[in-house]
Structures are given as structure tokens and as C-alpha cells.
Design a protein around this ligand. Sequence first.
Ligand SMILES: Cc1cc2nc3c(=O)[nH]c(=O)nc-3n(C[C@H](O)[C@H](O)[C@H](O)COP(=O)(O)OP(=O)(O)OC[C@H]3O[C@@H](n4cnc5c(N)ncnc54)[C@H](O)[C@@H]3O)c2cc1C
Length: 419
Amino acid sequence: MRDAAAANWAGNVRFGAARVVAPESVGELQEIVAGSRKARALGTGHSFSRIADTDGTLIATARLPRRIQIDDGSVTVSGGIRYGDLARELAPNGWALRNLGSLPHISVAGACATGTHGSGDRNGSLATSVAALELVTASGELVSVRRGDEDFDGHVIALGALGVTVAVTLDLVPGFQVRQLVYEGLTRDTLLESVQEIFAASYSVSVFTGWDPESSQLWLKQRVDGPGDDGEPPAERFGARLATRPLHPVPGIDPTHTTQQLGVPGPWHERLPHFRLDFTPSAGDELQTEYFVAREHAAAAIEALFAIGAVVRPALQISEIRTVAADALWLSPAYRRDVMALHFTWISAEGTVMPAVAAVERALAPFDPVPHWGKVFALPPAAVRAGYPRAAEFLALAARRDPEAVFRNQYLDAYLPAA
Ligand SMILES: Cc1cc2nc3c(=O)[nH]c(=O)nc-3n(C[C@H](O)[C@H](O)[C@H](O)COP(=O)(O)OP(=O)(O)OC[C@H]3O[C@@H](n4cnc5c(N)ncnc54)[C@H](O)[C@@H]3O)c2cc1C
């Protein structure tokens, strides 16, 4: 994060907090929350929306005591820990997380709170691995919830509205190997014709595109589980050619910061993210926008975006298309439906970006898109809320956990107004 006290990672949100604190114990955190009229947790500050903002106390979680406790088949971690740091402890012990986002630098609690996801037809968002949470609620009380509790599914993707998560228990799977194959020259026509087959072709699939009809990149992250899985990869998939040198998702950018490609098998945490933990991620200054549409609209939605390629390109660094499996979490964009995630990494100039965002929203309107909670969007609040059939139950849960609305902020007032 650039300046924890003042702004988010991208620098497009200057926090309006009266004070920023970084408690070093759970007891200190409890006192801070209990004594705050308004408060909000801050993870690694990688959200581009105003979701983490408050005019009261902004509570950075990074200095809370680090906890990584591996039990058989699960791990309990402090909420502020970064996925990349956690993975480095899990892998030598033979364990893995089922999936990761594109970047290992984000905090576990912050990522889960916003529905952060990777890709894979059968992979739910990162929040679907959450088996239990410990959080400090508005009164300063430390409470625990676990899978199976009546309203657990409302607690996991909670946008920071229920309290400060101090511990997260995540499901583990046995460690696994992955190889990454990148194909160049995927055409628009093939993508539209074969979109479901393309996304079913690997454990995790990303299509990177600048909406040029001739030149998208296909990234296949294949599990290497058994004999033969690491055999010679096909030179061509879906008409696209196997890359023979490492590539950055943004054409022309040095790929040094990307994880190992060229089919070299390696541990899950060094292949599932696109970017290495050791390097400054992504292409530098940027804004991001992402929408989720039901998987059955995939081809039509992608076609609509190709049609406005010339309009978005001046603001665009690169787009990424991924899939996320359905889940039961109340505020999940994938609530009870498999979704296609349509992502835009923009340049950092808001004046150029916002007209492009509006064009994307118009193009996707027939498909009832819902935006990523943590990214830039301009959809009207009613359209956002309409995407969440369990919103009323979530608001009732928030009113129970936080009757004085300590964790409410302008973002929640806009998109999930209290009844
Ligand atoms: C370069 C880059 C790449 C990205 N890649 C992906 C991707 O692959 N997939 C994807 O889906 N998203 C992606 N994102 C978006 C990012 O994952 C989300 O914005 C995520 O919320 C960031 O986590 P954070 O810890 O920075 O959260 P913050 O931005 O700090 O906070 C987000 C929300 O979580 C709440 N929160 C944070 N910590 C806690 C806590 N301990 N307890 C309770 N609430 C808390 C905050 O109050 C706030 O409401 C990316 C962002 C960047 C900058």
C-alpha cells in the first residue's frame, strides 16, 4: 500500500478517516472498536472502490499478531495475513488452498470480505474456503461463527459491515503441482463459438484480451497430478499458438513479474497467481472494473464487449475473462449461479476511464451484470442491490451485529441502504 494513512493501493481513494490506527493485539483492537463512533477495517488496501472508507477510525489489521495454525485439513490465520505469505507456510507442510487470485499480495480477510476470486469452472471464490471466522463486533465483543451456523453464509462476504475479522479458518487440500501454458492469437470468433469448452479446458483458465478480434491470449493453468500430465503440450489449442517465451498479460510489457510459464510444473502457489509475490505487481498505475454475468450469457456478453472495443481501448490496459463457480454466500456475485467474470484493467486517468466504464455497463445491461464489490463501477445502486436476493437478510444480520451502525459507511449507505 502506498500510504496506509491516506490512500488505497491505487491512490484513487483518499480515505476520509479522522484517525488511522494499527492495533498490535486483539485486546487493543477491542478497546478501539468499542470506543469508536464509526470504524472500518483496512486490509492491504487493494480495493479500488470506497468500500473501506470511513469518516471515523480506520483500523489497519497488518500489525495484529500473526497467526498461522495448521490443523488436519484446515488452517486458522490472522485476518490481515497476505495470501502469498500464508501459501509459503502451507506449501512446505504439504498443504494447499484450492485457488488463489491473480495477486498474492492481498489480505485474506479483505479478499474474502469482497468476494475476491481466481478462475476455474469448478472453483468457487476464495471466500468459499472459509470454514470459520472470529470477529470483533461493534461492542468490542469477540465472536466466532462457523460453517453450519444459521447465518454463517451472511458473515463471509460481509464487506466489512459486521466487524473486524481477526481470524479466518480456511479449508485446505493436499498440495498440488500446476503448469502454466499460454497460447497466443485466440480469435474472437473461436472464443464466441467455444467459450464453454475453452473455460472447461483446465483447472483455471484466463483469457486476456484488448478486444482485438484476432489476438487474445489464452492462459491455461493445468494441474499436474498424475503420470503423463506433464507431457508435451499441444502446439495449438482452439486455434491459438503455444507461446515459446514468457508473456505479460499486457502485450509488450516485460514479463519478469509474472509467475513461471512455458509449461514448467511448480507448486500451486507459484503458478495460480499471475504475478510473483516478490515483485511489485501488475503494470503500475491502474484502476480496475469487473462485472459478473450468469454463465449462460457468456458468449453474448463477450460479443457485446468486442462490439465496443474501439470505445474502451483508449482507457484500457487489458481485460481478463474468468469463470467462478456458484456458491451459497449471501453477498456473493456467484450466489447460486455459475458466473463469467469480465474484468478491465484501466489506465489510472479517471476522466478517460469513467466514460469507458459507462460504455461497458451499457453493453452488459441486457445480462444483468453485478459489479465486483472492490472495484470501480457506476451502476445505479438499485441495479447493484437487485443482484442480491439475500440482501434483506444481510441487512437484518448487520443490524443485529452492529445496531449502532458503527461499521456503516457511505458506500454501504449507497448500495445496501438500511431498511
Ligand atoms: C493488482 C490487483 C489485483 C487484483 N486481483 C484480483 C483478482 O484476481 N480477483 C479479484 O476478485 N479481485 C482482485 N483484486 C481486488 C482485490 O482482491 C479486492 O479489492 C480485495 O478486497 C483486496 O483485499 P484487501 O485486503 O486489500 O482489502 P481492502 O481493500 O483493504 O478492504 C476491502 C474491504 O474488506 C474489508 N476488510 C478488510 N480487512 C478486514 C478485516 N480484517 N475484517 C473485516 N473486514 C475487512 C474492508 O473494510 C473493506 O470493506 C485485485 C486488486 C489489485 C489491486
